[in-house]
Design a protein around this ligand. Structure first.
Ligand code: IPE
Length: 250
């Protein structure tokens, strides 16, 4: 049984301040993951380590070589912090940088060399991926969000649990989290969906939902939950449904 878990950059960093990690939150998240680390693929968001440099260099709309280098090395630094916290919490894990193992076409993942990830899982190692810059066949380079990675990986490994943690209680409608949403309801709630607070170049809550609805169309349900509330990460890893369930319309 494979679980794909994303922890949003809004939890791990201060999204408004350049290169500002939240070390206490990174440690807390790592400890919760350590409760059930088996067969988990972890994807983390870029937060201020990605969105701020990306915006500064005009990515993904402009092709800027220095911008790619600066943004990648910045998100790789955040990944290093996550890997370190996980290993301190007793989880064997390895970083997997999307820039080096996938190729985009028009901003969407076209090919992804996933064998190392599968091999890590088989051998009790948690792969740790993150939102990143990536080369693109049609636009030279672009950004691959953690949410796109989650949907792609969940499909490739036929994940049983797919959970996307952010700093809100789920998909909020009139201030309250919906318990379930399908593509059918999207048009009714779309205008009320609040984007993410802070600098965000990958579409905030709307982008997240669209990725997960595509996944639901393939028969894989997921959830959007609040990873900022202590205990929620452990609950989802133990199979509980927390937050808003993203499912297929009947
Ligand atoms: C964004 O990744 C990647 C870059 C800006 C380089 P995400 O979209 O997954 O990051 P968060 O979760 O919003 O911080």
């Amino acid at each position: 049984m494979t679980l794909v878990l994303k922890i949003g950059g809004s939890i791990l960093t201060d999204k408004n301040r350049k290169l500002t990690a939240r070390p206490d939150e990174i440690t807390r998240v790592a400890k919760e993951i350590a409760i059930h680390p088996n067969d988990v693929v972890l994807v983390h968001g870029a937060g201020s380590f990605g969105h701020i440099p990306a915006k500064k260099y005009g990515l993904p709309h402009e092709f800027d070589r220095a911008g790619l280098r600066v943004t990648h090395s910045s998100v790789a630094k955040l990944c290093e912090k996550v890997v370190e916290a996980l290993s301190l919490a007793g989880v064997e894990c390895l970083p997997v940088h999307p820039l080096s193992c996938l190729y985009l076409r028009g901003g969407r993942i076209d090919s992804f060399f996933m064998e190392p990830i599968k091999e890590m899982l088989t051998n009790g190692i948690m792969p740790v991926l993150h939102g990143d810059v990536a080369m693109d066949a049609t636009g030279k380079a672009a950004i691959v969000s953690g949410d796109q990675l989650v949907a792609y990986i969940a499909k490739a490994v036929q994940a049983e649990v797919v959970a996307v943690g952010s700093n809100v209680d789920g998909v909020l409608f009139s201030g309250k989290p919906l318990s379930r949403i399908t593509r059918k309801e999207l048009s009714q709630v779309e205008s009320a969906i609040v984007g993410s607070a802070g600098v965000d170049v990958t579409g905030g809550m709307r982008g997240k939902l669209l990725e997960l609805l595509d996944l639901a169309d393939l028969g894989i349900d997921s959830m959007i939950f609040n990873a900022g509330i202590e205990g929620n990460i452990a609950r989802v890893l133990l199979g509980e449904c927390v937050g808003t369930r993203i499912g297929r319309a009947n």
